[in-house]
Write a protein that binds this ligand. Structure first.
Ligand code: SOE
Length: 386
């Protein structure tokens, strides 16, 4: 009988729902070394948390996250609450000997991320694991892109072109949710979605960003106040407005350690684009291109096929493709939630195997430094070294 791994999750909005689905489904499709148990859900409001626990399948609901750390029947703390809560909870949980999975970006500031990475290092010495949730790297097509680069199929990498395009606040009447407040979210498009494309690019290349030159803009500076628990596109509650204190769009150029040149664009103002995480990598021998809005497909070009012309369209649903063998027969496509399941699988596997999961808190800290360098660069209108 497989040993249980008892999970306590904090937060139950969009990310909490996605993580719940992952914990529930992972053991049904993957042969896991430990059996995740959805033990406790923690939220601020007792009624809403109890209702969410019932709906999402958690055995118990509590409102005090500190109480989780004193319990012997909790092994993992899964942090799905806003960015301003990450550092305090993660450091305390790791120091209490709990494994921690933390949503991205790791923290709101470099200082917080440093404290979290230090706590993860202390914990690792005692066999306690920490991972940051950059989920898109677990989309099979993006994993396959990384494998092709690692196998040298693209040759020497020259270019990375990455965009994350959304439009959920293009309407000036969209309310001032927590994601638009610097004290809660740290930054706007930059940290929320720009962080994803930086991680995706670094993951695919197996390389890191070293220098950046950025610009940031807040197009709508005041918005109607939001209901306390408004989600991504919740409704405004009054005519009263408050200031938007984060960026609506962030664009930057980047240099990678291995010599590649990158361009990154993260915006919530790309009308008509809902969740278009796009990335293209060009090497001396070939290229790959991906768009999350067609997430089961990877476009691949190799110079050997130059006489045929163009990219080939790989439908990433073959049993040998990353993660896919556990799911459906070829051509039976996967969706957004599957990447969260793969993340849960990788985390459980690392805990059981006594290995450091990836991306680690050290990776999350390094990425936080990239975000900080973009902000500093945008403010000073100059290049910044990470
Ligand atoms: C909002 O922009 C958001 O929910 C992000 O916070 C997630 O990380 C991304 O997966 C989808 O969009």
């Amino acid at each position: 009988m497989t040993e249980p791994l008892r999970i306590a999750m904090i937060g139950h909005e969009f990310m909490g729902s996605a993580h719940s689905q992952a914990w529930r489904v992972a053991p049904h499709f993957f042969d896991l070394p430990l059996r995740p148990e959805m033990a406790v859900l923690c939220g601020r409001n007792p009624e809403r948390t109890a209702a969410a626990a019932e709906r999402l399948g958690w055995a118990e609901a509590v409102t005090d996250w500190k109480s989780l750390l004193e319990r012997d029947d909790v092994d993992v703390v899964d942090i799905c609450s806003p960015g301003d809560t990450h550092a305090e909870i993660a450091v305390a949980a790791l120091d209490a000997g709990k494994h921690v999975l933390c949503e991205k970006p790791l923290a709101n500031t470099v200082e917080e991320a440093e404290a979290m990475a230090a706590a993860a290092e202390r914990a690792a010495a005692k066999g306690v694991r920490a991972m940051v949730g950059f989920t898109y790297r677990r989309v099979p097509a993006l994993s396959l892109a990384r494998d092709l680069v690692a196998q040298g199929k693209l040759g020497r990498i020259h270019h990375v072109r990455a965009q994350y395009l959304q439009d959920w606040i293009v309407d000036p009447a969209a309310p001032l949710s927590w994601r638009l407040q610097k004290d809660k979210a740290g930054s706007g498009s930059l940290g929320d979605i720009g962080a994803h494309i930086v991680d995706a690019a670094q993951f695919i290349l197996g390389d890191t960003v070293t220098d950046v030159c950025g610009m940031m803009e807040t197009f709508v500076k005041e918005r109607p106040l939001a209901a306390a628990h408004s989600g991504l596109s919740g409704t405004a509650v009054s005519d009263e407005t408050g200031p938007v204190t984060v960026d609506d769009a962030a664009l930057f150029l980047a240099r990678f350690g291995g010599g590649a040149l990158g361009s990154f664009e993260a915006t919530r103002f790309a009308s008509g684009r809902k969740n278009a995480l796009r990335i293209e990598v060009n090497g001396s021998d070939g290229s790959v291109a991906f768009d999350f809005e067609d997430m089961n497909v990877l476009h691949y070009y190799h110079g050997e096929d130059a006489d045929l012309g163009g990219f080939r369209r790989i439908v990433v649903t073959e049993p040998d493709h990353p993660y896919v063998g556990a799911w459906w027969p070829p051509g039976h496509v996967l969706g957004y939630e599957h990447a969260f399941t793969h993340q849960a699988v990788d985390f459980v596997t690392a805990i059981a195997g006594g290995t450091d999961p990836s991306p680690s808190f050290a990776d999350g800290l390094r990425l936080q430094r990239v975000l900080a360098a973009v902000e500093a660069s945008a403010a000073s209108r100059t290049w910044h070294t990470v």
